[in-house]
Write a protein that binds this ligand. Structure first.
Ligand SMILES: [Zn+2]
Length: 105
């Protein structure tokens, strides 16, 4: 059986994602909801500050190191199969679009 990672597109509720997203940095992660820093994203089931359960993960590092995408996906699949990996660039651009829509009505 040949198992490979293939990226997919799916519609998400942006507010729901933001509510349950941990953003991985180089060493630790931060909570998209309350901005708490220094979260161990390979272990934390929820935010130690606001308590929100994490369901999604995005990596800021992949914005500048896209070649590490599949390596990161494999690591998350092994260590955090409970999390859905979303693309950080997609997320930030969607948040930007939403802010513009909210602002201009
Ligand atoms: Zn939090």
């Amino acid at each position: 059986m040949a198992r490979e990672y293939l990226r997919t597109f799916k519609v998400y509720d942006l507010d729901e994602v933001k509510e349950h997203l941990v953003i991985a940095g180089d060493l630790s992660g931060d909570c998209a909801k309350c901005r708490e820093l220094g979260i161990d994203y390979l272990k934390a089931a929820s935010c130690p500050q606001c308590g929100t359960p994490f369901k999604y993960i995005a990596s800021r590092r992949l914005d500048s190191h896209p070649g590490e995408r599949f390596q990161f996906a494999r690591r998350i699949q092994e260590k955090r199969p409970d999390l859905i990996m979303i693309d950080h660039t997609d997320y930030t651009s969607a948040v930007g679009h939403k802010k513009a829509r909210d602002f201009f009505g």
